[in-house]
Design a protein around this ligand. Structure first.
Ligand code: APR
Ligand code: PHB
Length: 391
């Protein structure tokens, strides 16, 4: 087998790259270790920056998103049960975000792959990268028990944090930065109407809570939980009660409870691996960086990487231009670090840290109170939340 771009991983990054390349007439093959049902069942975040919507439109997969996505002009911050709004549209001169589950983005992209006959190989096992620093790289893998080899010009490592691509860059050439947060997020998905029209990010003495949604009839909530907590410690009733406490009386009054259709605990970390390129290998998305979900940047950062990488690869094939490829890592990392900083800051502002002394708590509350009263502070928050302009 041979293609122009071998893409490892059929998550949002790999799928989006495959469709942007398809639209530009560049051939690719996607290698995904899981089956389609597993990939499409993954529950992830649900806030799209306008830049991400633009990319999905360029890829020709925006029809359902525009029909079903919820356009939001702002979000709410909670401070010990009281909430105030951040009017992102007014503060950023018109920018909005679209609430649309990553699960749905993934399904739309897979449907496009099938409709366009993009070679998408599910259950591709034992994927290994070879000769990435040569001009003839290739990928080996096992399909239906058969050893296969995929020759290519470039490899896009879109295989997430636990993938194999990052390790194909020699450790001596890699610099990694990591912070593991001393808590996790317990999330619940339920077919109940949201408690508010907007998302609510709440800092409460008992811990952080987030009220989000997938539609007008499906809600997504999270609470901060301890590192060692287990799902069996959190029956639905206990979780609904805790959410009502942490989100405050106004949100609780609007809350409809119901059985969880999904419930899970996820760790929080900040992680960046530099550089994003080694020879003919380019990393994009979670294979290179992880942000705490507080700022809803994970999917949007993956899309931002792909925007730069797709343009670079298309420029190479259309004009023989290598400038985009040579500049990819630095350009993508510039945005990654700014989004990582915002995600770390927003997490530090809203979560209760186990080692937090009374002074640190007072500083948190003072910063939230300052944001409540400052247009300048709210503008800073809003422009990061909607996504910084592309340089
Ligand atoms: N071989 C083939 N595929 C692999 C391998 C491997 N060795 N390892 C992982 N994969 C696949 C995973 O099964 C997954 O489908 O790569 C894909 C990576 O997808 P994501 O982890 O979703 O990463 P990315 O596409 O960068 O999207 C980032 O997804 O997880 C969320 O919070 C994250 O919102 C962010 C977004
Ligand atoms: C979600 O709806 O899953 C979600 C929304 C906003 C976030 C994180 C997760 O910041």
């Amino acid at each position: 087998m041979r293609t122009q771009v071998a893409i490892i991983g059929a998550g949002p990054a790999g799928l989006l790259l495959s469709q942007l390349l398809h639209v530009a007439g560049v051939s690719c093959v996607l290698l995904e270790q899981r089956d389609r049902a597993y990939v499409e069942a993954r529950i992830r975040a649900g806030v799209l920056e306008a830049g991400t919507v633009d990319l999905l439109t360029r890829a020709g997969v925006d029809e359902r998103l525009r029909r079903e996505g919820l356009v939001h002009d702002g979000f709410k911050l909670g401070l010990d049960g009281e909430t105030f709004s951040i009017d992102i549209k007014a503060l950023t001169g018109g920018s909005q975000v679209v609430v649309y589950g990553q699960t749905e983005v993934t399904k739309d992209l897979i449907l496009a792959c099938v409709a366009r006959q993009t070679p998408l190989i599910f259950e591709a096992l034992d994927v290994a990268l070879h000769d990435v620093d040569s001009d003839a790289p290739y990928v080996s893998f096992t399909q239906d028990g058969e050893a296969r080899r995929l020759g290519c010009d470039f490899i896009a490592g879109c295989d997430g944090f636990h993938g194999v691509s990052r390790a194909a860059i020699p450790e001596a050439l890699r610099e990694t930065y990591e912070r593991v947060y001393p808590f996790g997020w317990l999330g619940i998905l339920a077919d109940v109407p949201p408690c508010d029209d907007e998302l609510i990010y709440s800092n409460h003495a008992r811990g952080f809570a987030l009220a989000s949604m997938r539609s007008h009839t499906r809600s997504r909530y999270y609470i901060q939980c301890g590192m060692g907590e287990r799902l069996e410690d959190w029956p639905d009733t206990r979780l609904w009660d805790e959410l009502a406490l942490r989100l405050g009386p106004e949100a609780a009054a609007g809350m409809t409870t119901g059985p969880a259709i999904e419930k899970s605990i996820a760790p929080l970390r900040s992680f960046v691996s530099e550089p994003l390129r080694h020879g003919r290998l380019f990393l994009a998305g979670d294979s290179a960086h992880i942000v705490p979900p507080t700022g809803a940047k994970g999917l949007n950062l993956a899309a931002a990487d792909i925007r730069v990488l797709a343009d670079a690869m298309i420029g190479f094939y259309e004009k023989g231009d290598t400038e985009g490829l040579d500049g990819y890592s630095a350009k993508a990392l510039a945005r990654v670090w700014k989004a990582s900083r915002f995600s770390w800051w927003f997490t530090s502002l809203t979560h209760r840290f186990p080692d937090m002394d009374p002074l640190a708590r007072k500083m948190q509350l003072a910063e939230l109170d300052y944001i409540r009263g400052s247009r300048a502070a709210q503008t800073t928050m809003a422009e990061n939340y909607v996504g910084l302009p592309f340089g």
